[in-house]
Design a protein around this ligand. Sequence first.
Ligand code: GLC
Length: 555
Amino acid sequence: MAAPADRNLPVNDPDDASWWRSAVIYQVYIRSFADGNGDGVGDIAGLRDRLPYLADLGVDAVWINPWYPSPLVDAGYDVSDYRAIEPRFGTLADAEALIADAHERGMRIILDVVPNHTSSAHVWFGEALRAGPGSPERDRYVFRPGRGPGGDEPPNDWKAMFGGGAWTRVTEPDGTPGEWYLHLFDVEQPDLNWENPEVRADFEQTLRFWFDRGIDGFRIDVANSLIKETGLPDVGTRRNHEPGPHPHWDRDEVHDVYRDWRRIADTYDPPRVFVAEAWVPEADRFARYLRADELHTAFNFDFLQAAWLAPALRESVTRTLREHAVVGAPPTWVLSNHDVARHVSRLARDPDAGIGTSLDSMLGTVADLELGLRRARAAALLIFALPGGAYVYQGDELGLPEVEDLPPDVLDDPTWRRSGHTERGRDGCRVPIPWSGDAPPFGFGEGEPWLPQPEWFAEHTAEALAKDPDSILNLYRSALRLRRENPALGDGPLTWLDAPEGALAFARDRGFVLVLNVSAEPLPLPAGAEIILASGPLTEDARVPADTAVWLAAH
Ligand code: GLC
């Protein structure tokens, strides 16, 4: 692979306090990125080795999924100690060295904080079980007596995200059947009680612990779930992520937590930043998380869910820009992450087929992966040209499709278990990355990867793609270099230009135009425009075919 010096990439300014307004952030799902110690599980040593690759790719920051001590029941989103490192991933010294290395290469580091729940292996949960009903130890979580005779019905009708009920009954220290505790996710992920000042103080200490070690920000896991409605009323017929009030999503009081967190982040120089994971359906309610005294950015799932149809894409972009402008926050653009099926595979489906974001919603539908890759290339040029920041999920730059046929006995996602083996869940986007060679483990590490890699990963190794000038990897590298060089890109205004039905065109200030043909007849280029980059070949008469995006310099 080309050395960073070959690229003449402009260097990021470490003192730039507004870097996050335009940043391209690379998501490292650490378990599956690169294995440095040969145990088949990705780790900090593997990530450190690959920092030159990331710097060369041209990303501005790296977001690392949870790397804290954890039983890994939900892949690290079950944290048993927020201020240490999971031994399978390395040590605190490794983490500090990684942060220093990344900074030296001009890249920032964002960690994941998981405030809604701990692991049931967290010392607090053990204390809560031992201390019994009514104790201050139990008050850190959400324990309640059951309903019905003998208290053997759960306290309310809430459902867990991974399937089944959201309550589990405990056995009291004296051996009798006891209270129930709330877990909106898996049984091993008890929800914390955010009314309890000790919980708040402890998370503030966690933020400071990592900020003091030089990290640049946090991604906040399920940022819209912390506060539950007083009295814990039944949810009834209300569904997750549909508009309207809900007893455990997006309660108004959650914003007080983030105002406190913002005050802490602002005491650092340069100020530390936050990105919210908040699946909030109403655009105006979503924007409330981004008010000037709250969080800096949030993942834009509205756009991630938009169908590959020109009106749907344009409406999502317009809605996003409008709602972010109200609060003065820059949008973010995301195509994939560790919770959704990889977008090459989603885009390989008919956009009218009504598939969702999960692999399970796509199974049984016809896929054309060549088409999916063509669209993924065009989608990348679209997101990197839109105002604000963008995310790259590891493997996006390799054009990796979803692994749709992992053998059932290797599936690890709690969704598979909790759905009674009816939903495969999210493992298909979490398969260890192919780096090099033509057989597993494809340079991932020495050991057998924790999820098996298919043979066809050989076509997607970073090594093979780096050698092909037309590969998606080289498209990403070119796009990110041009983006860093061009002041029109990143944060700033966007002006829609006229485009035929089935196409989108916009200008960025100044001198930049994007044309995306989603489904129209081949489009002529605007007169006098000079092509800077194209996601795929143009027609023989230099028109833009369907599923192709072009960046132009407009004079
Ligand atoms: C978030 C994470 C997801 C995890 C869940 C519970 O949605 O992205 O991976 O399972 O929270 O923590």
